[in-house]
Design a protein around this ligand. Structure first.
Ligand code: F6R
Length: 607
């Protein structure tokens, strides 16, 4: 979604701002702009379109060493130059950028219009610039605080005033902001990727906090003007991790990152003596873990699919009822929170509004929520009651790939812990550990054999409808495969349990609608094979993902891709990776923007 960058220091600001915005491109946006102060005058450049359009619009050598920038993902008002941020007050002395939604903007706008304000855009955000101007009496920080007290909704705001050169003021409620502390320079961004080329020392703002800073000092306060002592954190992501490392797309890089990411998620977390897991951040004693009799997983999109797989694994290993639920739905149905239930909020970004609000609702009712997140210092892990970082490194492509398999890894470890505390024997624990530790190398085998998937994409990418079908633990993998294909290639794809097609979707089958079956060597294999035959009998093209050596599947399917044999519970890892590659290759065949698919945002911070 929208991205923010602010800079103050000795260097020329414009190139730093534009470069920061480029680093935020992956979040999804449709327009961008910057504003820079020089000699107590603000200049502003903004454009609908890509950062490249903005770059060519900003004249070379724009002077000024303080400024703000923004990438906008349209919510209120179309994609136009005028609606792009920053927004200024009538005098042009104040510029602001805003992430989030001002829910009461119509009311604020009509009040401001009555006072004589003329609006230049259709956005909700512009009211902020006019409000700051109306409250300004020589102190930008005070004016920003008065403004945000009037706003209903969510915001991450950065403001500057021509009369206070070198100073920026940021305020947060529901939209992340992180201050970067450099050597004689400061940054403020919605996301650390915009600033880690310059500094690793950061301060994460909390909701209700305001930061006022110049090149070498900062103060953080709350809205009652109390000073808040903030911890300075160190970000250990490497710059190379947010580069493509020789791949054409981030999605390709991140698919290939998976063996290493899974190894990292496992690292130091397996106790080989007791054949169990070790997750330091759970903040729960063994006694408390033993008392848990229900697990609920809250998430959205790909993270939800990982949660569905996790439910299956937890029930199998630990015999605890465990289900995943869409966070967006849970929040509004007055969820019943039981005393011995444990909740997980799963989110790559740690900022997804649906998941965050569902988590808060559960916590408000006294429930305990653990986070499974990737982005260190993001809101969900900070507000959760404990949890696990998956450590997969920055995920830049909008379509989530490595986060999925790393989230599975964290859940598999947790299921192992819970299983070993209950019925799972020492031996069964050992087998599970061995199978899990083998997964990265098995994925490497798949990654070394991509050509058949590319060939399949060539053959099928012109079809406009796909079904993805799996059973049991691979049913959520089918859902995830369909999501991946539709996101990056815009091919309409549906995921179903293979058993369900006879209840409706089989009506879609004809020679134009390929069915992509996931077939493993488990108790449901024969039933899935029957479903494949049903599709073939209706002239539907059949693609299969199967286990090496499965000649029967090969004899039925038009095309088959084999994965190495594994323990049944490990197939979600091994089946997900080929479907990611298939989606990627289909997107390439169709000439789609793989890393930034249309209309999508990486981190969905609005409901
Ligand atoms: C799919 C995708 C989205 C996200 C969803 C949740 O490829 O990226 O469906 O999985 O928006 O995001 P996080 O995991 O950041 O909460």
């Amino acid at each position: 979604m929208c991205g923010i960058i602010g800079y103050t220091g000795p260097r020329v600001a414009a190139p730093i701002l534009v470069e920061g915005l480029r680093r935020l491109e992956y979040r999804g946006y449709d327009s961008a702009g910057i504003s820079v102060e020089h000699n107590r005058t603000l200049s502003m450049y903004k454009r609908a379109g890509k950062i490249a359009d903005l770059r060519s619009h900003v004249p070379p050598n724009v002077p000024g060493t303080v400024g703000i920038g923004h990438t906008r993902w349209a919510t209120h008002g179309g994609v136009t130059d005028a609606n792009a941020h920053p927004h200024m007050d009538a005098s042009g002395a104040i510029a602001i950028v805003h992430n989030g939604i001002v829910e009461n903007y119509l009311q604020l706008k009509s009040r401001l219009e009555k006072e004589g304000c003329t609006f230049r855009s259709e956005t909700d955000s512009e009211v902020i610039a006019h409000l700051v101007a109306s409250f300004y009496k020589g102190d930008l920080e005070a004016a920003v605080k008065e403004t945000v007290l009037l706003i209903k909704g969510t915001y991450g705001i950065v403001a500057m005033h021509a009369a206070e050169p070198g100073r920026l003021v940021g305020a947060r409620n529901g939209s992340p902001l992180v201050l970067g502390i450099g050597e004689g320079e400061m940054f403020l961004a919605s996301d650390v990727t915009a600033i880690i080329a310059h500094t690793r020392q950061v301060v994460y703002l909390e909701d209700g906090e305001v930061v006022s800073f110049t090149a070498d000092t900062y103060t953080t306060t709350n809205l009652r003007n109390q000073v808040i002592d903030k911890q300075v954190d160190h970000v250990n992501w490497e710059l190379e991790e947010i580069e493509k490392a020789g791949y054409t797309h981030f999605m390709a890089k991140e698919i290939h990152d998976q063996p290493e990411a899974i190894r990292r998620a496992l690292s130091g977390r397996i106790d080989h003596e007791y054949n169990t897991g070790h997750l330091g951040g759970l903040n729960l004693s063994n006694r408390e873990l033993l008392d848990i009799n229900r697990i609920k997983i809250l998430a959205a999109g790909t993270s939800y699919h990982a949660g569905m797989v996790a439910g299956y694994v937890l029930e199998t290993l630990a015999r605890i009822p465990a289900t995943a639920e869409l966070a967006s739905e849970l929040r509004y149905r007055n969820p019943i929170v039981e005393r011995n239930s444990l909740y997980f909020a799963v989110s790559q970004s740690g900022e997804t509004a649906d998941t965050l609000y569902a988590m808060r609702e559960i916590q408000r009712k006294g429930g305990r929520v653990l986070g499974i997140c990737n982005v260190v210092g993001s809101t969900i892990p900070r507000e959760s009651d404990g949890g696990v970082y998956i450590h997969s490194g920055p995920e830049i492509a909008v379509a989530s790939t490595k986060a999925f398999t790393s989230q599975l890894t964290a859940f598999y470890l947790f299921a192992l812990i819970m299983g070993r505390m209950r019925d799972l024997s020492h031996d069964a624990g050992r087998q599970f550990v061995r199978a899990l530790e083998a997964v990265p190398a098995q994925i490497e085998q798949i990654l070394a054999n991509k050509a058949p998937l590319q060939e399949m994409a060539r053959k099928y990418s012109r079809h406009e409808n796909f079904l993805f079908l799996g059973r049991g633990i691979n049913y959520p993998v089918a859902l995830e495969a369909a999501l991946k294909l539709k996101e990056v290639s815009y091919i309409h794809a549906e995921g179903y349990s293979a058993a369900e097609i006879k209840h409706g979707p089989i009506a879609l089958i004809n020679e134009e609608t390929p069915s992509f079956f996931i077939v493993t060597d488990d108790g449901l294999r024969d039933k899935v094979i029957n479903n494949m035959k049903e599709v073939k009998a209706r002239s539907g093209p059949v693609i299969a993902l199967a286990v090496e050596g499965d000649k029967e599947v090969a004899s039925i399917a038009d095309d088959v891709y084999f994965v190495p044999p594994a323990m049944e519970l490990m197939y979600p890892f091994l089946m997900a990776v080929p479907t990611q590659l298939f989606a990627y290759y289909c997107a390439l065949e169709r000439g789609c923007n793989v890393d930034q698919p249309r209309n999508l945002a990486k981190s969905v911070t609005v409901e």
